[in-house]
Design a protein around this ligand. Structure first.
Ligand SMILES: Cc1ncc(C[n+]2csc(CCOP(=O)(O)OP(=O)(O)O)c2C)c(N)n1
Length: 287
């Protein structure tokens, strides 16, 4: 199994895949992690389905070889492992160890053991601090081309540490930092707006001196449009991309519910989801 820092062979790691190829990559990533979750009889499927396109887009459609990406919502680890497999950084044998005794592919990403995963994540509210540190280091070293991405959740915006990092990043003009928020509107025990209201979240980020962008987090054309807007802005501010998503997209009655956070898939739900991403010639059509 490769360790972080080694040079890996790439299969689909061409920089800036176009929308169609990214859609196919996202469908393949979903097939991979659905099988992983089903074999492990594990939960967090809805969280992974929420950010599958975002992860595929960042890692296969935006990141360059010297960039970093932190999955702050570490409970969606299987989506990250599947994305790394899609990029050729993990093998099918690696993937088969998900959740097994002694595996490196644990329920939450382990620190500095796998390619593309420099830190452990899963304790919510810390990923963006880690990303902010990497972005500051890159800036201090004069690595002007290097970007740092953080894929986070909306629930972890309840954590004060998220907003401390936001203040710090703006203060230090970390224009090389891009935070993608998976805005599915659901957190551990209910809807975000009922548990601890975030809206108007875009205005909050603006007040913290961030550049704010919005996208449909399941649409590659929308995400690519946002990427181009960020890259052409030439701003001194960090960027946040608020991605509207559906938690558990495609899970039938469990979609957009707290249930899809915890429940392992039944055979019926697994079959339905696999069918929805089965057509290798078509974009996933799960609504
Ligand atoms: C600091 C911290 N508190 C609690 C948890 C337990 N936990 C795991 S996932 C989750 C909430 C999931 O909601 P969200 O963060 O919005 O993620 P998503 O809906 O995108 O899966 C919680 C509370 C945690 N991982 N870290």
């Amino acid at each position: 199994m490769p360790r972080y820092g080694q040079v890996m062979p790439a299969t689909v790691k061409d920089k800036f895949l176009d929308a169609r190829r990214l859609e196919l990559a996202a469908a393949s990533i979903k097939r991979r992690f659905l099988k992983m979750y089903f074999a492990a009889n594990a939960g967090h499927v809805g969280s992974a389905l929420s950010c599958a396109e975002i992860l595929a887009f960042v890692r296969l459609g935006w990141m360059g070889p010297s960039d970093d990406c932190i999955l702050s919502k570490g409970h969606a680890a299987a989506a990250l492992y599947a994305t790394l497999a899609e990029a050729g950084d993990l093998s099918a044998d690696d993937i088969a160890t998900f959740y097994a005794d002694g595996t490196l592919l644990s329920a939450h990403p382990p620190p500095n053991k796998l390619p593309g995963i420099p830190f452990a994540t899963g304790s919510l509210g810390h990923g963006v601090s880690l990303a902010t540190g990497l972005a500051l280091a890159a800036k201090l070293r004069g690595e002007t081309e290097r970007h740092v991405f953080c894929v986070g959740s909306d629930g972890e915006l309840d954590e004060g540490s998220s907003w401390e990092a936001a203040l710090f990043a703006a203060q230090n003009h970390l224009h090389n930092l891009v935070w993608l928020v998976d805005r599915n509107g659901i957190q551990g025990f209910g809807r975000t707006e009922e548990v601890l209201s975030l809206e108007p979240v875009a205005d909050k980020f603006r007040a913290f001196n961030w550049d704010v962008y919005a996208a449909d987090g399941h649409s590659m054309p929308s995400l690519l449009q946002a990427r181009d807007a960020v890259m052409s802005a030439r701003s001194e501010r960090p960027s946040v991309l608020i991605c509207r998503t559906t938690k558990g997209r495609g899970m039938g009655v469990w979609a957009d519910t707290v249930d899809c956070h915890y429940r392992p898939m039944t055979q019926e739900v697994f079959d339905r989801l696999m069918l929805s991403v089965a057509d290798a010639d078509g974009a996933p059509t799960v609504d």
